[in-house]
Design a protein around this ligand. Structure first.
Ligand SMILES: Cc1cc2nc3c(=O)[nH]c(=O)nc-3n(C[C@H](O)[C@H](O)[C@H](O)COP(=O)(O)OP(=O)(O)OC[C@H]3O[C@@H](n4cnc5c(N)ncnc54)[C@H](O)[C@@H]3O)c2cc1C
Length: 376
């Protein structure tokens, strides 16, 4: 196969991009360092189909989340990917949080999220008897998805279209050649190395995407591409089936790096609490759950789930957010850039694809295809 397009990384975004590009491009190759696709952030998240509520107006996060939400539900229905449009409550537990709910509603409407309703304490009780709140914003277009089945779908479409996924293959660097092509250097688990040429490079390497960009010769500090890792831990909540039927989120704190410890359900109705947000200054892939955090999770969740006990919380799992934001910084948008202006035509860097990257995956893939079409 003559390689025209190399996608670095087979997470949900790399796979979605492969499924989309392989419709029109021959010679699409996806390189993945792990033994199989989707073993990093794409399988370590809340599996929520976000509505697009919180993001800055006109940001890529807002646009691609709102579009991605619509595309994902359509895809799930057409291709029978397990999902549920369960809806989400953002709850105010103190009177002074009600004004914040109104601000969130305004922001969401600016982003094009219409399916929102303000609920009173009585309406909340009727909907969720175990939730205590004085008001809530109800988002009916928020849902949950089986993320592995989604990735399997993208991988199967890519494969049917002739793309090849090569696991156990780490991209060590990408080198610009003189002939408007790139030399991709790879290393295998036994230490053997290889290289090949490719016209297009789509960098979907998640937690390593800034390092891949740096290997090309891009100054990631000058461009604002350097990533910072933020660990997010989850605890499962041992409660009877049906304890909650919607996702329940607190009002987000100003400048917080996450959305606050929330309660999510999965497709088998298990409840988990999380994620919290801990900065990892040395960028280690630390996937342990600190059992000592149980008390702080309990204190965060019992504000809106007063009936739970600390003994019902059990360490569950961890994901690591690839953020462009370091401690003290404001939130940053996704970077999805064709790099001609930096002297790298044919390179598309996707950096800082944190939440809502799963929701936005299909929309991101279309966006990448349109950036490539503009250059062709
Ligand atoms: C705690 C947490 C909760 C989240 N919750 C949600 C949610 O509910 N809803 C939502 O929409 N989003 C959520 N997200 C965000 C979402 O999970 C990510 O945006 C999405 O999974 C990113 O996918 P990706 O393909 O870019 O990255 P990844 O899944 O990290 O994939 C990148 C791939 O690149 C590979 N790779 C890296 N370097 C190399 C290399 N040098 N050579 C070859 N391969 C390489 C990796 O092995 C990996 O498989 C959450 C994220 C976290 C951390």
């Amino acid at each position: 196969m003559e390689i025209t397009t190399t996608i670095v990384g087979a997470g949900v975004v790399g796979l979605a991009v492969a499924a989309e590009l392989s419709k029109t491009h021959k010679g699409v190759l996806i390189l993945e360092r792990n033994p199989a696709f989707g073993q990093e952030t794409s399988s370590r998240n809340s599996e929520v189909i976000h509505a697009g509520i919180y993001y800055d107006r006109d940001s890529k996060k807002a646009k691609l989340c709102v579009e991605g939400n619509r595309l994902l539900y359509r895809l799930c229905e057409q291709r029978r990917i397990p999902h549920r449009r369960c809806g989400k409550l953002i709850v105010a537990t103190e009177k002074d949080e009600e004004a914040i709910l109104a601000t969130i509603q305004d922001r969401a409407r600016e982003n094009g999220v219409e399916a929102l309703e303000m609920l009173s304490a009585r309406q909340i009780k009727a909907l969720e008897p175990n939730v205590k709140a004085c008001a809530a914003l109800f988002s009916s277009s928020t849902g949950i998805i089986h993320s592995h089945r989604l990735m399997r779908h993208y991988a199967a479409r890519a494969y049917e279209n002739g793309a090849q996924l090569v696991p156990h293959t780490t991209v060590s660097r990408v080198e610009k050649q003189d002939d408007a092509r790139y030399r991709v250097h790879v290393v295998y688990p036994d230490g053997q190395t290889d290289s090949f040429a490719s016209r297009w490079i789509v960098n979907c390497a998640g937690l390593e995407s800034d390092r891949i960009a740096a290997s090309m010769g891009i100054d990631i500090d000058a461009c604002g591409y350097r990533l910072h890792y933020w660990k997010g831990e989850y605890f499962s909540l041992d409660v009877p089936r049906g304890f909650i039927r919607h996702l329940v989120y607190p009002v987000p704190q100003a400048n917080h790096v996450g959305l606050g410890v929330h309660a999510t359900i999965d497709l088998s109705d298990r409840v988990k609490l999380g994620p919290n947000a801990t900065y990892l200054p040395d960028r280690t892939l630390d996937y342990t759950v600190n059992a000592q955090a149980r008390q702080s999770f309990y204190e965060a969740a019992c504000r809106y789930l007063p009936g739970i006990g600390v003994d019902q919380l059990h360490p569950e799992m961890t994901g690591i957010r690839p953020k462009l934001q370091k401690p003290g910084d404001p939130a940053r948008d996704f970077i999805i850039a064709e790099e001609s202006s930096k002297g790298f035509p044919g390179v598309i860097n996707l950096i800082g694809i944190e939440s809502p990257g799963l929701t936005a995956s299909h929309a991101i893939a279309r966006h990448v295809a349109s950036l490539m079409a503009e250059r062709e």
